[in-house]
Write a protein that binds this ligand. Sequence first.
Ligand SMILES: [Zn+2]
Length: 401
Amino acid sequence: MSSKFYSARWIVPITSPVVKDGCVEVADELIVAVHAEAPADVQVVELGDIALLPGLINAHTHLEFSNLQAPLGEPAASFDQWIAEVVKYRRAQAEDAAVRIQDVVHAGLVESANSAVVAVGEITTNGELADCYLFSNTKVISLLEVINFSRDEIENKTAEVESYLHALKCQGLSAGISPHAPYTVSWQQLTDLCRLSEQYRVPCVMHLAETKEEGELLARRKGVLRDMLDRLGMWEDAAIPEAVSYLDYVELLATSWRALIVHGNYLSSEVQQFLGTKRDQLAVCFCPRTHAWFGHDRYPLEEMLNHRVRICLGTDSRASNPDLSLISEIQYVAQQYSDLTSFQILKMVTSNAAFALGLESQLGFIGPGAFSRLLSVPIQAGESLETQLLDCLSAAELVSL
Ligand SMILES: [Zn+2]
């Protein structure tokens, strides 16, 4: 198929310098090249005063909560109370015959696309969603959640994940693994899942260092999370090694093919430094408005960036966020962390997220091989790109070139 050419006031490829008044060459829905100026003797579609960006990637969400009208519980409530609300909500949803999980996930995918999102790192507890993924314009990396503290269940759970990876691959879909968190997945189970991630070359995504309560459980095997596990009859002494640290968990995750640590709200400088040295394998997902909903200590974003940690952004779910707008997350970060440049923030929702989810050859950049479903951002002529880019994102729309 012959190439088509599109010119725009600005092209923001993310992984290479910004091009002013450049031209994008597209064939078969893939980018062929970015030209500094349009080649002679070709017909060019003029897109005008816009900036072209890669479509955005929401690195972390749970779409099965997408029909919630407001987050669960109260702002800044204790974490174990919030988990109790989640468990209650899941039960009610499972018993409500009028609710089809496929419809809920579909609604979340539509909402994501309305916020310029072309791909999501989606944690799922349901193996029946392939049709939702197949018929969506939004690329889904479906990460099967694993919760297991019992030694007797490890083999079964690992086999379940393995068959999920097979099933999705057979349908041409992208899958991965999500060991939920240190307080719900045993060390031994996690070891097995990291091995599976390496074997199948799929991402491994785990919530880690989200709350002070989690830190207390690991350090002293006590606190509200221990009480919760006791109440649920889930606690097993061997599930969490004695005196285990976040660094130990991160080192174990580094045995995966690629791992994304979700939250990391309370990671020490030592762990951040380690993550920076492993940025070609490990990334961290900051969920800004969810972080605010729980009232955590200020997120160490600047510190993480100083350590060269690969940071992504995620909305998390509507159980802890009023909506799934990744653009709102971007604008919130720009407001709260005003020393960061627009380009630093945009990297988090494009190339960094693509890498973390194993999509870096197709998404998260504008260059040869990338999909041509791009973000068109209206820009005021004459004003600098940097000063207006993030504000103008609210008026952005996805275009398929
Ligand atoms: Zn989450």
